[in-house]
Design a protein around this ligand. Structure first.
Ligand SMILES: Nc1ncnc2c1ncn2[C@@H]1O[C@H](COP(=O)(O)OP(=O)(O)OP(=O)(O)O)[C@@H](O)[C@H]1O
Length: 622
């Protein structure tokens, strides 16, 4: 995206008297311009800034190199370009664009540079065509072909907006072009007005169409730069000048011309106004309201690099018109174009592309394209899912087994507890308590809580000692197994054992001792069961967690699977479409081939016929 570049050019004063006028234009830094009164007082609100402001000392060559040359260079490299001169009558548009006897104009300088550039670009081949047209009284006439008038404007995808029936000459050098321009100038309408002895009564558009392609054509099947042709259109436009009928003193034919000129310039102004507004307010751009704006459409807010030279007459009596020109210029400065290299593919490249496309289709047809890969992915996903499902089932079964064994254990505990209570006729002890109750209801007094793994629990005490670390189950000798059971498999440091104050020994009957022994064993079993239960419960919790996790994974996998199946469906559809396209193409191809063969046979027969006739004719003549 780039802004249109806009410059102001002042033509020299016509007479010495006009220099000493009341109001005058002051140029600063070759960029800004403002209206001043004598003694330098600026007129408020009449000050503008542009890309360049050229005073009368600037030659056409200088204006060209500072404003237009870059557009010409870009046109040779495939960018559309447009340069036009706008301004009131007699302000110097034709002088700028077409030059004078002593000075080349922008058009001549551009032609020279196009060919200079072409010479320098060694790796490309160029084909340059030129045309020259005028818009006179809103009709398009061919300046290179007398009698070719009222030509229509058409628009097509390949050519964009074009004038149908316009002569386009292929040119090889600048001299050839300059000759054609002279021919066109001779056909152009000029007329005398009060303002200009040779006033342009039409808008003229000199056009160069520059085509180029790389010289070396690659032999590979790839579509490369060599297959692309760059086509750019360069418009160099000299507009007719806006005029005040009162000033030009026009009447009759001149008056009619003046009305058409003013109308089309007004429409150009409207288009520029609209384009200079921001996107939302812009609305419809009236390109179609005049032939001029229609032809210049790509140059105004379209695909082109554009420069406008606004010519200004410096005299005081033209200040109002000059102000209008400066306003037009400042609006034009706000327009943004989006120029890009114009490349089209050659027929050969199109054929290559079609060949590649068919090959690709064939490959897809035979290899199954992405769908196969996708199917494999889906298969893998499906397998993973089945695996995870079977794992989940295994876990459920294990969980169920655990639950059952837990139930069995609980049942055993309940039975043992029942047995104990039956035996003792005592309330059932609670295994979770830190002290153990015996059948006689003895409790360990002053029990101190220390890490359970290292606590040797005592059920009773020796009858002979005031205090003892050993239980009395096996008389005075500690049963090692019992120790191990009591300590949960840990070896106990004897020094760590808590010494509890001794209890009074009680003499027990041997039967009571055996019951006690049984009861202790049951207690131990009960504790073990409780431990097993808590262990199982922990396992159960972890299994539930694993189950939930695997459930989540299954859900994710299912959604992934669904997505993949959709993608596969899409791929299949695409594949079917492509196959259909290929079939259509092959059918068309064969049809075409048959046609060509029949044309070829027919023409061959005709040629043979003609040959026979010719030989018969010459024999007759002999
Ligand atoms: N920069 C310049 N240097 C010298 N002479 C100039 C310059 N600009 C214009 N002139 C002279 O001023 C006169 C009017 O210029 P020109 O015909 O180019 O005006 P114009 O804008 O094309 O007018 P119209 O719209 O009527 O065709 C011509 O004689 C031309 O040679």
């Amino acid at each position: 995206m780039e802004k249109i570049s806009v410059a102001i050019r002042f033509r020299p004063f016509r007479s010495q008297e006009s220099i000493f006028s009341d109001r005058y234009w002051r140029i600063e830094d070759n960029r800004s311009i403002s209206l001043h009164r004598p003694l330098g007082t600026p007129v408020s609100g009449v000050s503008f800034a542009f890309d360049h402001v050229f005073d009368h000392t600037f030659t056409n060559e200088m204006v060209y190199s500072m404003l237009i040359k870059s557009i010409i260079d870009a046109a040779v490299h495939g960018f559309n370009g447009t340069a036009f001169a706008y301004g009131q009558t007699s302000s110097g548009k034709t002088f700028t664009m077409n030059g004078s006897e002593n000075e080349l104009g922008i058009i001549q300088l551009a032609v020279r540079d196009v060919f200079n550039n072409v010479e320098m670009i060694k790796d490309r081949e160029f084909l340059i065509r030129v045309s020259y047209m005028e818009i006179y009284n809103e009709e398009i006439n061919d300046l290179l072909s007398l009698g070719s008038e009222r030509l229509p404007i058409h628009e097509s995808l390949e050519r964009g907006i074009y004038v149908s029936g316009l002569r386009e000459d292929i040119v090889n050098c600048s001299d050839q072009v300059l000759q054609l321009i002279k021919l066109g100038e001779a056909n152009r309408r000029f007329g005398e007005t009060n303002m200009n002895a040779r006033s342009s009564r039409s808008h003229t558009i000199f056009r160069m169409i520059i085509e180029s392609s790389l010289k070396e054509q690659g032999s590979s099947d790839d579509i490369s730069d060599a297959d692309a042709i760059r086509v750019s259109v360069l418009n160099l436009v000299d507009l007719a000048g806006s005029e005040r009928i009162s000033k030009t003193g026009a009447g009759g034919v001149r008056l009619k011309e003046g009305k058409y000129i003013n109308k089309s310039l007004m429409i150009l102004g409207n288009v520029i106004n609209k384009l200079s507004e921001s996107g939302k307010q812009r609305g419809h751009i009236p390109y179609r309201d005049s032939k001029l704006t229609r032809i210049l459409q790509p140059a105004l807010g379209g695909n082109a690099k554009t420069s406008i030279i606004c010519t200004v007459a410096p005299e005081e009596d033209h200040i109002e018109e000059s102000r209008g020109t400066l306003l037009f210029a400042s609006r034009a400065k706000r327009i943004t174009n989006y120029a890009q290299v114009n490349e089209v593919l050659t027929d050969a490249a199109l054929l290559k592309r079609q060949k590649l496309e068919i090959e690709e289709l064939r490959r897809k047809l035979h290899e199954g394209s992405n769908s196969e890969v996708l199917e494999q992915v889906i298969l893998k996903q499906r397998n993973d899912m089945l695996k995870s499902e079977s794992e989940r089932e295994k876990l459920v079964i294990e969980l169920e087994e655990e639950r059952k064994s837990r139930e069995v254990l609980e049942q055993r505990i309940r039975e043992q507890e029942l047995m104990i209570s039956e035996l003792n006729g005592l309330p059932l002890p609670d295994c979770d308590e830190t002290s153990i109750q015996t059948s006689e209801g003895f409790k360990t007094p002053g029990y101190k809580t220390i890490p359970s793994d290292y606590v040797a629990r005592r059920t009773t005490y020796s009858s002979k000692f005031e205090s003892s670390p050993f239980p009395i189950i096996s008389g005075n000798i500690a049963d090692e197994d019992l120790w191990l059971q009591l300590n949960n498999g840990h070896t106990t440091d004897i020094n760590m054992l808590q010494m509890t104050p001794g209890l009074k020994s009680q003499s027990l009957h041997p039967h009571d001792i055996s019951i006690k022994k049984q009861s202790v064993t049951l207690e131990i079993e009960k504790c073990q069961c409780a431990e097993n239960i808590s262990h199982l419960e922990a396992e159960k919790a972890s299994l539930i967690q694993a189950h939930l996790k695997s459930k989540e994974e299954v859900q994710i996998l299912s959604s992934e699977k669904e997505q993949l199946v959709n993608e596969l469906e899409n791929e299949k559809q695409k594949f079917l479409d492509l196959r259909k396209e290929l079939k259509q193409f092959v059918d068309a191809f064969f049809k075409h081939e048959t046609k060509l063969v029949s044309i070829y046979t027919k023409s061959k027969a005709m040629v043979d016929n003609l040959k026979t006739c010719k030989s018969g004719y010459s024999i007759d003549h002999l």
